[in-house]
Design a protein around this ligand. Structure first.
Ligand code: V47
Ligand code: SF4
Length: 398
């Protein structure tokens, strides 16, 4: 439940924000209508100041990051033609389609050797040839090779797909995968929950209520997860608020979400971008900051709000540290999904670069594990240059 947030109401230029500032000071929960007001207000600095106050009350000046490595084992996906925003998926025989063997996954994972990679983030397409056994074998092999590395893998949509092709319950799939080494789940596949939006951007994809249900099932099994919202395509502000409200309700029920990550839609190299005539025009920095700030203010039962520098650019990510964000996507190695749809950011970041970004915002960088436990807070004179991670990560970029 929300706690009282000290906040100077004189910082608000938009009078419509004042009742919201008062609620924050009184420790009252914001309503959906408040969320709509926050999204509509032109006073971005006022919204940001409230989000910053809420964030500081929880985390002070600390900004965390994790050292992780993305592995995308297959881009073959049965929804290739119907998720019109996706530029990554391919049909089985299409040019560019791939499915890694377990040996190829292990070869990719060896980039973790000698570096500080602590988490594998594993997601891919809904591939008919990648069922339960494929992922069980993969996770077991990864755990054997890198026992210390956490496996954050498979979105709710992928879990539901495996359950369908194996004719198993989602719960049994999760139990089997946990037994093979699955530690937590990423938040992908949520898009925007509204049925009207899904009809346009992903009409065959698992619906919002089912996404929530898979996460509920995982949380009840003790598998914690992240959640996301894809914004900046055809959704309305009301759709965004309905989505955030569904996440907040599940968090009230289970407390199983670790972090919320809003994802900025990239319009290049996908059908939707062409249909909307949006190619070459990503979301604005204004809207990126507002989505992060509203996430912090409305999701009062979430500890962590994460900004994804690959999606919103490094400058916006840095500024977001003053708009409610306490966690930043870490030293990702070899990101593919957003780079298939026009992200111009690098495909990875070295530790010294990440420390520079966080310190440049006047914040204190800290490395965390996948459960957000702080492992190391970096002293001001620590450049990270002596860290074993620097060279392998730098070498892997691109
Ligand atoms: O669900 C696909 C998005 C998501 C596009 O949990 C696109 O820690 C923008 O959820 N423009 C998958 N986005 C990635 C994801 C994620 C990323 C980082 C961290 C975590 C976490 C989760 O990528 C998909 C979809 O929403 N995506 N296409 C596009 N054109
Ligand atoms: Fe497949 Fe996911 Fe792309 Fe949809 S967004 S086509 S489910 S890989």
């Amino acid at each position: 439940m929300p706690v009282s947030i000290p906040f100077d109401l004189d910082r608000l230029r938009d009078p419509a924000l004042r009742p919201i500032g008062e609620k924050l000071r009184a420790g009252e929960r914001l309503s959906i209508a408040d969320g709509v007001t926050l999204f509509r207000s032109p006073d971005l600095l006022g919204v940001g100041a409230m989000a910053d106050a809420a964030n500081r009350a929880r985390h002070g000046d600390r900004v965390t990051f994790a050292s992780n490595q993305h592995i995308n084992p297959t881009n073959v996906c049965v929804l290739r033609k119907t998720c019109v925003f996706c530029g990554y998926a391919r049909l089985p025989k299409e040019e560019g389609a791939y499915r890694y063997s377990i040996e190829q996954v292990l070869a990719e994972s060896d980039r973790a050797d000698g570096s500080i990679t602590r988490e594998f983030h594993i997601v891919g397409g809904l591939d008919m040839e990648a069922g339960l056994e494929y992922y069980q074998t993969m996770f077991r092999a990864l755990k054997e090779r890198h026992p210390q590395v956490h496996i954050k893998a498979l979105t709710a949509v992928e879990i539901a797909h495996i359950a369908r092709i194996e004719k198993m319950s989602r719960e049994d799939v999760l139990i089997a995968l946990r037994e093979a080494g699955l530690d937590t789940m990423p938040g992908g596949g949520a898009e925007t929950f509204s049925a009207a939006v899904r009809d346009v951007i992903a009409d065959k994809k698992l619906g919002g209520a089912d996404y929530i249900d898979v996460h509920r099932t995982a949380h009840k099994l003790g598998i914690r997860s992240n959640c996301t919202m894809l914004y900046g395509h055809v959704e309305t502000i009301e759709d965004r608020m309905q989505h955030l409200n569904m996440l907040r309700e599940l968090q009230d029920e289970t407390g199983g979400f670790l972090a919320y990550i809003p994802l900025a839609y990239h319009p290049d190299d996908n059908e939707l971008g062409k249909t909307l005539g949006r190619e070459g025009t990503s979301t604005t920095g204004f809207d990126d900051l507002r989505n992060l700030a509203v996430g912090r203010l409305f999701l009062d039962n979430f500890e962590h709000i994460k900004s994804h520098w690959i999606m919103v650019s490094t400058p916006v990510s840095q500024i977001s540290l003053h708009f409610g964000v306490n966690d930043i996507e870490g030293t990702v190695v070899r990101e593919k999904i957003y780079h298939a749809v026009g992200a111009h950011t690098p495909q990875g970041m070295t530790l010294p670069q990440l420390l520079g970004l966080i310190r440049g915002a006047g914040k204190v960088p800290a490395e965390r594990d996948s459960f957000y436990r702080v492992l190391r807070e970096f002293e001001p004179d620590d450049t990270g240059a002596t860290d074993a991670s620097t060279e392998p990560l730098a070498g892997a970029v691109g």
